[in-house]
Design a binder for this molecule. Sequence first.
Ligand SMILES: *Cc1c(COP(=O)(O)O)cnc(C)c1O
Length: 385
Amino acid sequence: MQRIYLDYAATTPVLPEVLEAMVPYFSGEFGNASGVYSWSRTARQALDQARDQVAKVLGAQPEEIVFTGGGSESDNLAIKGAAWAYRDRGRHIITSAIEHHAVLEACHWLEGQGFEVTYLPVNGEGLVDPQSVKEALRPDTILVTIMHANNEVGTIQPIAEIGEIVRDTKAVFHTDAVQTAGVLDINVDHLNVDLLTLSGHKLYGPKGVGALYVRKGTRLVPMIHGGGHERRRRAGTENVPGIVGLARALEITHSERESENARLQALRDKLISGLSAIPYTRVNGSLAQRLPNNVNVCFEFIEGESLLLTLDMRGVAASSGSACTSGSLEPSHVLLAMGLPHEIAHGSLRLTLGRGTTEADVDYVLGEIPQIVERLRAMSPLYRG
Ligand SMILES: *Cc1c(COP(=O)(O)O)cnc(C)c1O
């Protein structure tokens, strides 16, 4: 049977070159980077090189990079760490309604700790208006956190413009760039950000490793206390193979992004136009400000879950939104924030393409989905097609 993976926004396979770069550090060169002997020096050199590689892609200094245990941890460190560090200056935080749960739940937790959070709305295309950030800013705003691109609908937010607005205030600006690293320009000076989150497994590196860019002079209270690792910003023996893998993966995807983006965008557009031809179908999210690999559509009168299960039986791995919410019957918070009614948000399908996706995969999916949708609708009491 066919086996077609179209869930690259959920996770990606480790590239062979990345795996190859990681392997020596599991067993042969297994030293703890904190020691004084040769095993440690080798590990430390690998860490230094990885830090340089990541810093270079971000246009940052190596000492501004903190390695973490993943995107969720980087988001938590950025948000809780900055909130705690600046709490004497103010208690107000601004974010958007469509953030990843790692950001939203960190903000919810801070609300219970005496902070106040403004959740900015998005328009029908899933975009944050920079003017709304400007209007929400207050003298006691200490942190603004807006994602670079959304993981469900692929919308790319005007981060550079928002950063320019925030730069004129005392607030710190964080962006979650998990979905854009290796895809778009993530130079921290172009984006005007103070904090930026990355995750290894969304860019063809390993799971359980991430990075946080911390602009020089930006204060953070650590979330994990212990040894003095990562310049006292994140305790714990460094995950040397993971960090080496993240850095190599970022380097490769970043340098090859232009040709890969063009290839994926053509496949994406073929999928979008093919799926749009199905009656009562809508495409979610801006078509202009969109990741090159994201397709998100709603088929009215059907449940996203039944569609996913049928696709799985035909060998296609897809998602109805974020991996964190599928399995529950709650519709996506992103689609609801964009103004879609509950019953339509339930029928959503996200296909995210990647390095392994071929035109034959797209053609197969375009052959299957219209029949599946028609069959599921025929069983729906609401549909009179
Ligand atoms: C996947 C994802 C995260 C979480 O990263 P993990 O490494 O899985 O913890 C955070 N933000 C966005 C936008 C994501 O897509």
